[in-house]
Write a protein that binds this ligand. Structure first.
Ligand code: NAG
Ligand code: NAG
Ligand code: NAG
Ligand code: NAG
Ligand code: NAG
Ligand code: NAG
Ligand code: NAG
Ligand code: NAG
Ligand code: NAG
Ligand code: NAG
Ligand code: NAG
Ligand code: NAG
Length: 672
């Protein structure tokens, strides 16, 4: 399974039990035991309990810490980190990179030392240090879910929105509940938020503890607020993303005091809703969540029942079952001759392909002149499907694909172990199968594993040769790329000109979405982006990772173990894949399956492949600043009704409407 997704925490449902009725216990008590007692007192009747955030935090802080287990966990985890494609660049990034530098390996060293010395007071404190290090990469392909962090999500039950009266004037922050009143006769009674905990609201929100890894400040700002596209991308029709201000897996503080423009204030308590709590105390919770083979059978919060209708979107004329790809012919202002394709993820690839193909044909048949491709909320998906979508719009243009992985000793062993795989091997380690990789011209192959592996030192990283998967070999009916390999071109001609196509984003676009956006931009397709910090000026259209492939550690680990087995089996043959010595080395440096870690390791990911544009084969795209061609702020209607986003976009991009001052012709945009 590819992890081309921006990882966001899950939504917990609220219940009737008020945080305030929960009794105050003395600090000497085990706080996890107090939570258990609450469940017992409530007769286990309720589906979930809402408890004060501080109680949950104190329980986490009561978790035991085992120095040996934790330090050997870091040792093992470091082997996975070695696969992150840009470690050395993150430490010393080019000036176009907006985020602060980070020293991943140095950070791991520190954590390992501190763990070994027993300087952590709880598993939670240790997990938070690792989590903060992972977040410091601002790379949504670099993620980490740790054992103590899977149970509680801190909730602040007052979602906020950042809205502009007209999409152009600077936005103000309202509670979502108040914002809705702006459309009623009670309009005069509500006022915007000026301060949170005494700090200016914009400052406060910008400096909230980081929950997301994302390389753009404006996109991070957007992620603090609710979003219909993000909700659908995450939960289908089943759940609502309230924004990171309201839902955080890092401790946001016990209370938020909102100060309104009219001088009034209101204070909101941070709470946690707990679905089930089978642990009698913190020790049991630690054993249950963190010790392998002792994982309790906690009901997963991921089982969700589907409810009808993608919220905030009109009825599509064509759509996939997942609602990830939907086609619309709206009939409102600015949209009469516009077809809209919403792509929230291009999984599953076959459905995405069928719908996109049908969409462009129907748009053409119905005489639509312009196309909006709405990528709002799209955190990625299947990379070949992203290339396919591009080829549906531009069937005659070759896909430019050029990536590198980080060459290291473990990768070298793995590449040798898979060197006899055929060029069409379908498997997630494809980048390491040299027969399946070709130069970006798609004509020249690699003569050997060594030829692909390099290493070439690029921006301080020992990197592989610039390569792409062989698109002809990998394009198959189950995961087609229009006009490549066995898949006939259909459509075979571009039905819309680049100038008549515009991409819409909210900055969230990442991973496979970034691959698609980059290919479209190379053809001159413009982007309009919505939202961002309350300041004039540009915003990037692709604010998520522009890495070409993220792989989940659980998948790597199992595949590596399989290759090791095959190499061991080959030892007795006349053509062994690896020597005995190499296999011994394998045990030391190649990551093992997560199930063999000394602490429960729910999952993580790293960015395996840097992606490059045609004119620069050294700077990975995630280190460039690329402003969209136009930016608008969200209006209240934009939050509620996606069709108004399309209307605003068509106005600005096709009908001469306004963009936020200073947001056009900015650095990295098409017309810079
Ligand atoms: C509740 O506990 C906190 C410390 O956890 C203490 O400061 C506060 O005074 C207590 N309140 C009551 C009503 O006991
Ligand atoms: C001030 O604004 C807040 C937030 O909209 C609102 O709840 C409150 O009723 C207002 N107070 C007055 C006195 O108008
Ligand atoms: C409540 O659940 C806990 C653990 O989930 C269990 O130990 C306890 O017996 C249950 N109590 C009742 C009254 O069902
Ligand atoms: C944990 O469980 C796995 C599979 O159920 C088993 O192979 C392994 O031996 C167990 N380990 C321990 C320490 O019990
Ligand atoms: C597993 O959990 C049980 C019950 O919570 C506990 O008694 C036992 O010691 C735990 N085992 C380990 C290896 O921690
Ligand atoms: C997609 O939307 C339809 C309504 O338009 C709904 O019935 C269906 O449940 C949604 N599918 C998913 C997977 O959420
Ligand atoms: C679009 O709306 C106009 C005016 O309401 C109506 O006359 C026309 O039939 C509509 N077209 C479609 C395709 O729904
Ligand atoms: C790969 O290609 C070979 C020969 O062309 C074919 O026999 C085989 O089925 C293909 N394998 C896959 C996984 O497509
Ligand atoms: C790419 O794959 C196709 C289809 O299997 C094959 O014919 C071609 O030789 C490959 N190209 C290279 C450069 O290996
Ligand atoms: C790159 O690899 C070479 C060996 O191939 C090694 O000598 C060198 O130290 C490596 N450089 C970095 C920056 O890791
Ligand atoms: C290799 O062959 C020897 C002797 O035939 C056998 O004992 C051993 O298990 C084999 N090893 C592997 C990895 O198959
Ligand atoms: C932005 O660039 C375009 C294309 O080069 C040009 O037509 C337009 O005048 C420029 N706008 C501004 C505000 O500079």
């Amino acid at each position: 399974m590819r992890t081309g997704q921006v990882f966001l925490p899950l939504v917990g449902m609220f219940t009737a039990i008020q945080a305030s009725i929960i009794p105050n216990h003395s600090r000497q008590n085990d706080h996890c035991a107090q939570i258990y007692q609450l469940f017992v007192q409530h007769g286990n009747e309720s589906e979930s309990l809402t408890i004060p955030g501080t109680l949950a935090l104190n329980c986490l802080q009561d978790l035991p810490f085992e120095p040996k287990r934790a330090s050997s966990f870091v040792k093992e985890y470091r082997k996975y980190v070695q696969f992150e494609s840009d470690i050395e660049i993150l430490k010393n990034p080019p000036s176009s990179y907006q985020m602060p530098p980070t020293d991943l390996l140095g950070g791991l060293d520190k954590i390992e030392r501190k763990a070994a010395a027993g300087e952590y007071t709880s598993q939670y404190e240790f997990d938070m240090d690792l989590k903060l290090l992972s977040v410091s990469t601002y790379q949504s392909h670099f993620t980490l879910t740790l054992c103590s962090m899977s149970l509680f999500i801190f909730e602040n039950p007052v979602p906020l929105v950042s809205i502009s009266s007209d999409g152009i004037s600077l936005p103000e922050v309202y509670t979502k509940e108040d914002a809705v009143q702006l459309k009623t006769s009670k309009k005069g009674l509500v006022s915007p938020i000026k301060t949170i905990n005494g700090q200016s609201v914009a400052d406060y929100i910008q400096h909230l503890p980081m929950v997301h890894s994302c390389q753009d400040w404006d996109t991070l700002y957007n992620l603090n607020f609710p979003s219909n596209p993000v909700s659908i991308a995450l939960y289908g029709a089943a759940g609502e993303w309230p924004g990171a201000f309201s839902e955080n897996n890092q401790w946001p503080g016990a209370f938020h005091t909102l100060g309104f423009a009219n001088g009034s204030t209101t204070t909101v308590e941070t709470v946690v809703s707990v679905q089930a709590f089978p642990y009698r105390n913190s020790k049991e919770m630690y054993s249950g969540l963190c010790i392998p083979n002792n994982s309790s059978s906690l009901a997963s919060t991921e089982d969700e029942t589907l409810s009808p209708s993608p919220s905030g979107y009109p009825k599509p004329f064509i759509g996939s079952e997942s609602n990830y790809t939907m086609g619309f012919f709206p009939n409102t202002s600015h949209l009469e001759d516009v077809g809209v394709l919403a792509v929230l993820s291009n999984d599953p690839p076959v459905a995405a392909n069928d719908i996109a193909r049908e969409f462009v044909k129907q748009a053409s048949i119905h005489g639509k002149k312009k196309i909006l491709i709405d990528l709002s909320g799209n955190g990625g998906g299947d990379p070949p499907a992203a290339k396919n979508l591009f080829r549906i719009f531009f069937p005659e243009i070759d896909v430019y694909a050029a990536t590198r992985f980080r060459s290291n000793e473990a990768v070298d062993l793995i590449g040798q172990a898979v060197r006899r795989f055929p060029n069409n091997a379908t498997n997630d380690l494809r980048p390491f199968i040299y027969k399946g990789e070709v130069h970006p011209d798609q004509i020249h192959g690699f003569s050997s594993w060594k030829d692909l592996y390099g290493p070439h030192e690029i921006l301080g990283v020992n990197s592989s040769s610039l390569s792409s998967s062989n698109l002809s070999a990998t394009s198959i009916p189950d995961d087609p790329i229009n006009g490549y390999g066995a898949v006939p071109a259909n459509p075979s001609k571009a039905l819309f000109a680049a100038k008549d196509i515009v991409m819409i984003t909210d900055g969230v676009c990442a991973s496979a979405c970034s691959i698609f956006a980059a290919l479209m931009k190379q053809q001159g397709v413009r982007t309009i982006v919505f939202g961002g910090r309350p300041q004039n000026g540009p915003m990037q259209g692709v604010g998520g990772t522009r890495g070409a492939l993220g792989l989940s550690l659980s998948v790597y680990g199992e595949l590596f173990a399989g290759y090791k087995e095959a190499a061991e089996k080959s030892l007795n043959t006349s053509t062994p894949l690896l020597t005995k010595e190499q296999l011994a080395r394998w045990d030391q440096i190649v990551p093992r399956p997560l199930s063999e870690f000394p602490l429960v390791f729910p999952n993580g990911a790293t960015n395996l492949l840097n992606n490059y544009g045609p004119s620069d084969s050294e700077t990975p795209l995630q280190f460039l600043y690329e402003a969209a061609e136009c930016r608008r702020f969200f209006t209240l209607d934009n939050y509620i009704d996606q069709e108004t986003v399309w209307s605003s976009a068509a106005d600005a991009m096709f009908d001469g409407g306004a963009c936020v001052p200073g947001s056009t012709n900015a650095t990295g945009s098409l017309f810079a």
